[in-house]
Design a protein around this ligand. Structure first.
Ligand code: HAM
Length: 417
C-alpha cells in the first residue's frame, strides 16, 4: 500500500463540513467588504516567487517545490497566494480597470517544511489582497476584514500584533544600523544569518536558531528609523483601528518571512492554541509589482492558514455546526418493496428531500441500524402489506412514533416536518 506523502492530509467526509463552514464564513465576510473571489494556477514560473517573495527568504531558499517540466521550464508549486494574484492582476490588465481591485482566495499552498502540528507541506489559505490604494484606510480595512472573519467564527482569543517596517528609503538607514549592530556578533551567528548580513540584514531578525535569537533580541528597532511619511501612515492606521474598536499591540519583532512587505505588517496569533506560530499574517507590499517589472501599484493583504485556524477553533472550544442529516431512509423488506423504495426515493429527491435506500441488501434490522448511524430523521418501511396498501410505515426516529403514509402523500408529509 502506498501511503500519503509526508506533511499532507486527507480531508475526509466526516471532517469536510468544518472546512465548508469556514469557507462559507470566509466568502460571506470577504464579500461584505466588496472582495470577489479569484482563482489562480497551483503552479507558476519559479521566477515569480524568487523575485516576488525574495530569494533570501526561507520560503524561496529552502522550502519550494520546484521542478523542470517536460519542456525544461522551471516550475514551482505556489508557496503562497500573493505573488500569483499580483501576476494575475497585472497580466489580465486589471491595473487599468476599476481600482481599488479587491480579491480573495481559498486555496492550497506548498512548502517543503519540517511537518509538525500546524505546519504542513500542503496547507490551505484564505487570503485577501487589495490593489491600487496607498491610504492607511486600505491597511485598516484588510485588518478589519481579518478581525471580522475571526469574530464571525466566534473566536475571542486572537491577538493582533502590528508593526511598520518602513519604505525602502528609511529601511536603508535601518539596514546600516542593523549591520553595525550585528557585525561584532557575526562569528557566533548561523551560516544563514551570515549570508543574509550583506543581502538583507532584516531577515536575520527572523532567524529561528537559539543563539541568533539571543543576539537579535538587542537589535535596533525599525520603528525608530521610520521617515516622516511612514510614521504618519502608521499613526493613521493605528488611529483607524482604535476608532474601529480593534485592540492591537505594536510589536517591533514582527518583520514577516517574505521580502515584499513595506510599511504596515501584522499577525494574528491565538492565546488558546500553543506555539505553532501566527494563524494569520499580512501587510502592505507597495514594491512587489515594480519588482515584477510591472507598473508600481500599492497593495495590501493577508492570508490565514485554515489548518491552523481549525486548531485554534478547537482550542477555543468552538463547535462548528454539523451539516443537516439525511431526512428519510427508505427500507425495503423484499425484492418488490426494495424496488418501490428505490423508485420512491428518486421521486422524493426530485421534491428536494434527501433520501437513502439500501444498497447492501441488508436485513430490516441492519437497515434500521444503518439509518440510525446516518442520523436519518425518518425511516419509511415498505413490506408486502404496505405495497398492497400503497403506503409506507413512517417512523419518526427521535420519538419512535410511527404513521402510515400513502406513497403519493410522502413528499408533502416529509416537507411539512
Ligand atoms: P505567511 O505568514 O507565510 O504569509 O502565511 C500565512 C498563514 O498561512 C500563516 O499564518 C499560517 O497560518 C499559514 N501557513 C504558512 N505556512 C504554513 C505551513 N507550512 N503549514 C500550515 N500553515 C501554514 C503569506 O503567505 C502571505 N502571502 C500573506 C499575505 C497576503 N501578505 C499579503 N497578502
Amino acid at each position: 500500500m502506498i501511503n500519503i506523502p509526508k506533511g499532507t492530509k486527507d480531508i475526509l467526509p466526516s471532517q469536510v463540513y468544518a472546512w465548508q463552514y469556514i469557507e462559507r464564513v470566509a466568502r460571506e465576510t470577504a464579500e461584505k467588504f466588496g472582495f470577489s473571489e479569484i482563482r489562480t494556477p497551483v503552479f507558476e514560473h519559479t521566477e515569480l516567487f524568487s523575485r516576488g517573495v525574495g530569494d533570501t527568504t526561507d520560503i524561496v531558499s529552502k522550502e519550494m517545490y520546484t521542478f523542470l517540466d517536460k519542456g525544461g521550464r522551471s516550475i514551482t508549486l505556489r508557496p503562497e497566494g500573493t505573488a500569483g494574484v499580483a501576476r494575475a492582476f497585472v497580466e489580465n490588465g486589471l491595473q487599468g480597470g476599476v481600482l481599488p481591485f479587491k480579491a480573495y482566495y481559498l486555496f492550497s499552498a506548498y512548502r517543503y517544511e519540517r511537518p509538525q502540528a500546524g505546519r504542513l507541506r500542503e496547507f490551505h489559505q484564505f487570503g485577501a489582497e487589495l490593489y491600487g490604494a496607498s491610504s492607511p484606510a486600505a491597511d485598516a480595512e484588510v485588518i478589519c476584514l481579518a478581525e471580522k472573519f475571526f469574530e464571525n467564527l466566534g473566536l475571542k482569543k486572537n491577538e493582533l500584533h502590528i508593526n511598520s517596517i518602513g519604505c525602502p528609503e528609511c529601511r536603508k538607514k535601518y539596514h546600516e544600523a542593523l549591520r553595525e549592530y550585528f557585525r561584532p556578533h557575526l562569528a557566533k551567528m548561523c551560516p544563514d544569518c551570515n549570508a543574509r548580513f550583506e543581502k538583507n540584514p532584516m531577515r536575520m531578525l527572523d532567524c529561528k536558531v537559539e543563539e541568533c535569537k539571543k543576539i537579535t533580541s538587542g537589535a535596533p528597532r525599525m520603528l525608530d528609523f521610520l521617515c516622516d511619511d511612514c510614521r504618519a501612515h502608521f499613526e493613521s492606521v493605528k488611529e483607524l483601528l482604535t476608532g474601529a474598536g480593534i485592540s492591537f499591540t505594536v510589536d517591533p519583532s514582527i518583520v514577516r518571512g517574505l521580502d515584499y512587505y513595506s510599511r504596515t505588517v501584522f499577525e494574528f496569533s491565538s492565546k488558546a492554541a500553543g506555539a505553532q506560530g501566527a494563524v494569520l499574517g499580512g501587510g502592505r507590499y507597495d514594491g512587489l509589482l515594480a519588482q515584477m517589472d510591472a507598473k508600481p501599484t500599492p497593495a495590501v493583504g493577508f492570508a490565514v492558514g485554515i489548518e491552523r485556524l481549525l486548531m485554534v477553533l478547537e482550542a477555543e472550544g468552538i463547535k462548528i455546526p454539523e451539516p443537516k442529516k439525511i431526512k428519510c431512509y427508505l427500507a425495503g423488506m423484499d425484492p418488490a418493496s426494495r424496488k418501490k423504495a428505490f423508485l420512491l426515493a428518486e421521486e422524493l429527491r426530485g421534491e428536494g428531500i434527501s433520501c437513502e435506500v439500501d444498497l447492501m441488501e441488508r436485513s430490516l434490522k441492519a437497515q434500521f441500524k444503518y439509518a440510525d448511524k446516518l442520523g436519518a430523521e425518518f425511516v419509511a418501511v415498505i413490506g408486502e402489506s404496505e405495497l398492497e396498501e400503497g403506503a409506507a410505515e413512517v417512523k419518526h426516529m427521535s420519538d419512535s412514533s410511527s404513521e402510515r403514509v400513502k406513497f403519493e402523500k410522502m413528499a408533502q408529509y416529509l416537507l411539512e416536518r
